[in-house]
Write a protein that binds this ligand. Structure first.
Ligand SMILES: O=C(O)[C@H](O)COP(=O)(O)O
Length: 236
């Protein structure tokens, strides 16, 4: 039986400012750093021994992983970074304040953009202030202009299934540091969550989710290590 731990990055500067972030590369706040440290301490006392870690190419997740590994005394662990674990691309909403956007377009519309399964936000305009298309880390990549959760899942899961699933099936314990919506995609798939139910699944920042999987990657048990900041998990 393998263990998979999913950590959403600690609080970011734009989580704090309540702005749509997506692919924009913001850093952790002090609180985010503290959440990452606590995650590492809880992982160390969980006694789970990891063989490797995976992370997006965004610094809020990379720093969360590094801080956690440091606390665990595991900075030597092999780490693979891949854009397919990035946050979902928030399109033309990137950089906007979530509350101001709700005042302008209505709560219902913003809820659809944030939580519907397959309605993508309006696309990013080419060359707009927060367009990551020319970022050197994405050179040669057809950077999306917007993504729904469905589109996010369609790039996260092929990566998960080809790079991470075989290791779990071989019994390795794996740590993944990523984002609210890229992790929501993994949870949707592993827990077989229906399209209209996944909207209610909120993954807290900096709170490791420990999932035990059988040889067919069926969920056997799941819990957040910080029980005080846990949210409801889907049935399995
Ligand atoms: O990209 C963002 O703004 C957040 O990381 C996730 O946002 P959400 O809760 O609006 O999906």
């Amino acid at each position: 039986m393998a263990k998979l731990v999913l950590i959403r990055h600690g609080q970011s500067e734009w989580n704090l400012q309540n702005r749509f972030t997506g692919w924009w590369d913001v850093d952790l706040t002090e609180k985010g750093v503290a959440e990452a440290k606590k995650s590492g301490q809880m992982l160390a006392s969980s006694g789970v021994s990891f063989s490797e870690a995976f992370v997006s190419v965004q610094k809020r997740a990379i720093r969360t992983l590094w801080i956690a590994l440091e606390e665990m005394g595991r900075t030597w662990l092999p780490v693979t970074k891949d854009w397919r674990l990035n946050e979902r691309h928030y399109g033309g909403l990137t950089g906007l304040n979530k509350a101001e956007t709700a005042e302008k377009h209505g709560d219902e519309q913003v809820k659809i953009w944030r939580r519907s399964y397959d309605v993508p936000p309006p696309p990013m305009e080419k060359g707009a202030e927060f367009d990551p298309a020319n970022d050197v880390r994405y050179a040669g990549l057809d950077v999306p202009m917007t993504e729904s959760l469905k589109l996010t899942l369609e790039r996260v899961m092929p990566y998960f299934n080809s790079e991470i699933a075989p290791k779990l099936k071989a019994g390795e314990n794996i740590l993944v540091a990523a984002h609210g919506n890229s992790l929501r995609a993994i949870v949707k798939d592993l827990f077989s969550v229906a399209d209209d139910v996944i909207t209610g699944v909120e993954i807290p920042t900096g709170n490791p989710l420990l999932i035990e999987l059988d040889d067919n990657l069926k969920v056997v048990s799941a819990k957040y290590l910080d029980a005080d900041r846990a949210t409801e998990l889907p049935k399995f």
